[in-house]
Design a protein around this ligand. Structure first.
Ligand code: 6PG
Length: 262
């Protein structure tokens, strides 16, 4: 395992994962915003559009706020941006729990993205498995080669990511080609809709945002304990061809750095 320096440089953690530790929470959030804008511009320059799957959670919220600031808004050609979601809770779009509502309220409502470029996950549908198939169709229709330019992810305190929770059905979806699934999460006694490992791991860029000291223990656990994605689903993110980039602030990195110093 490579030594992890506390600096803005991206380093290889292992053959499926890169890591960057930009510094304080503020610096890390700035890094996340810059990273988003740079991948967006690169995608637009390469193939004329930027297809991104947004995540729920507290960190992305701050990133979305940053993106919608007056200065940042003008740094991306938003007409060419297609917004999808990496997961959604089974609530209507105006519910405070909705990942769609969070992203729109945090910033995307202020940004001039054409309405037809915004693809909310309809996880409030009465027939969630069918709705997941319909969302998958939308991805196939609108996202070239079914390959997102960027999938944004967070890490839950139990090691879940998107709505791929420990020991849930979606971790073992037998249809290897599926991009989106409905997933019952017994831990929360609720249904979710989520991109699959297959879809996430095919993305050109995968960003996992881990900020705050509350995440320090789990971050170290996930990155250093033996591979067991049934218990720690986020361990399955990243492949040799499409490495995941872990963007981590000082506080979240503290246990990992302690271990490296020993
Ligand atoms: C959700 C998510 C989920 C989230 C993590 C981290 O809908 O809840 O998409 O996977 O990203 O739980 O969330 P925080 O950033 O709030 O810790």
């Amino acid at each position: 395992m490579t030594q992890i320096p506390r600096q803005q440089e991206i380093r290889s953690f292992d053959d499926r994962r890169d890591i960057v530790i930009p510094g304080s929470t503020e610096k890390t959030l700035t890094y996340c915003v810059e990273h988003f804008i740079s991948i967006g511009n690169e995608a637009i320059a390469t193939h004329g559009m930027f297809c991104v799957a947004l995540s729920g959670g507290s960190t992305p919220k701050t990133i979305f706020q940053g993106l919608s600031s007056a200065t940042n808004q003008s740094r991306l050609d938003w007409k060419r941006v297609l917004l999808f979601w990496s997961d959604e809770r089974s609530v209507p779009p105006n519910d405070p729990e909705s990942n769609y509502k969070m992203a729109m309220d945090a910033g995307f409502n202020k940004i001039p993205i054409p309405k037809q470029n915004i693809f909310r996950m309809p996880a409030d549908s009465d027939d969630l498995p069918e709705a997941a198939k319909a969302y998958e169709k939308l991805i196939i229709e609108h996202v070239p080669e079914k390959t997102f330019d960027l999938v944004m992810l967070g890490m839950g305190e139990d090691g879940h990511t998107a709505s791929l929770f420990p020991k849930t059905h979606a971790l073992h979806t037998d249809e290897a080609e599926r991009l989106v699934v409905a997933n019952f999460v017994p831990q929360k006694n609720t249904w979710r809709m989520s991109l699959t490992f297959n879809c996430i791991n095919a993305a050109r860029h995968i960003a996992i945002y881990v900020l705050g000291k509350g995440k320090a223990g789990m971050l170290k656990h996930v990155l250093t304990s033996p591979y067991d994605p049934d218990t720690l689903p986020i361990q399955h993110i990243g492949t040799r061809q499409h490495k995941a980039l872990w963007i981590v602030d000082d506080e979240a990195a503290q246990d990992l750095l302690k271990q490296e110093r020993r």
